[in-house]
Design a protein around this ligand. Sequence first.
Ligand code: NAD
Length: 440
Amino acid sequence: MQISVFGTGYVGLVAGACLADVGHQVICMDIDANRIAQLSRGEIPIFEPGLSQLVTHNVAAGRLRFTTDAAHAVTESDTLFIAVGTPPDEGGSADLQYVLSVAESIGQHMQGYKLVVDKSTVPVGTAERVSDTISRVLQQRKVEHPFDVCSNPEFMKEGAAIDDFTRGARIIVGTESERVKERMKACYAPYNRNHDKLMFMSVRAAELTKYAANAMLATKISFMNEMANLAERLEVDIEDVRRGIGSDPRIGYHFIYPGCGYGGSCFPKDVHALEQAALQLGYTPELLKAVEAVNQRQKQTLYTKLQESLGNLEGKVIAIWGLAFKPGTDDMREAPSRALMEALWAAGAKVQAFDPEAMGECRRLYGERDDLMLAGDRIQAVKGADALVICTEWKEFRTVDFTWLASQLNNKLVVDGRNLYAPSALSEAGVCYVGVGRKS
Ligand code: NAD
């Protein structure tokens, strides 16, 4: 198939490269000329494991091309994926300007039948708005061309995006049209051989499924954080509780780790957008509001724990291991590390930070500042620091010589925002350990 993907962010680039890898001819289009120039030079603007090799391989094979030319992307392909961003607008609803601007381009340049596949996360009713936009532009051009719009939400996780795209649990397609079903089956056939993962449903159900999935996952996290905060006050180790409840197959072990709050480009904005959509319908989503409120509070927990242990933080030097919102990515959007760093700076503390992948992103976000030292590795980050905080559970932070750590930290304090370590191992080494939902 000849496919064009609009948007070369995490979703568009991964989807484009994976679709090219199974033999489709793919054009990736972006309005960001720098990004396209980088990609054309073989540079990958984001960190995602395996993506660089996948892109290089498929560009060399002539199946993957990059362009800023929307007209070219529309005319060359008859299956057009929209994978542009849907950031929050001022009120927290999904801002559809990028999605609708792609729809405008499609309407402007289409010459024959097009299947428009919406992969961006969008509120219920957006496919109709995309369809209306294309129809309006066609009317202005005084031409008639047939087209369909379907919803195909993406469930990939940053850090495991290729695996999720190629071996995901389900491929959801919202459409009532048999023609669209056949085309989407053909598109995903190479990734649908082992068993049928394609689920067809109404467009509106597909659009809501994506928000419901993210809201459910965010709920699990906030629920566990609430339990952790309670466990702390009851002098119970939340890790015992986690294992205890996870063993129930109705609950399961996935996604019930307590921590320092969820971040990233999806959960915060999608939970909020769903809440806004509910409010606009006159329905107050009490649970979603609570999920968000618990998360906001949880993002402050590391700072509070530091303050409780060290008192006034002015002039203190705090080492941070992990800046990305989760391991396997360089993405720092809404990351708990940012809430912590910003609170520390406001209090007059200095940060010495290390992340295996997000150092460039941190430099881009905060630039050069006297109260931020970007360390070359985790060892340099703790040198001369008063305390260490774990913000991201990268594998390379899991094993530490705690005796060495004790010798590095002036105040011998570790605040473990991901409960990576056994509290007893740190106390044996003379380090004061503060986890989330655990006895110190
Ligand atoms: P992103 O911000 O990384 O990338 C979006 C890209 O779209 C940018 O490169 C931007 O320049 C480009 N763009 C904007 N307007 C354009 C236009 N008119 N034509 C072509 N390109 C245009 O976004 P992302 O993280 O890839 O997310 C894309 C969508 O997928 C969002 O709706 C998001 O909620 C959803 N999603 C994201 C993830 C994830 O893990 N990042 C997972 C599932 C779903």
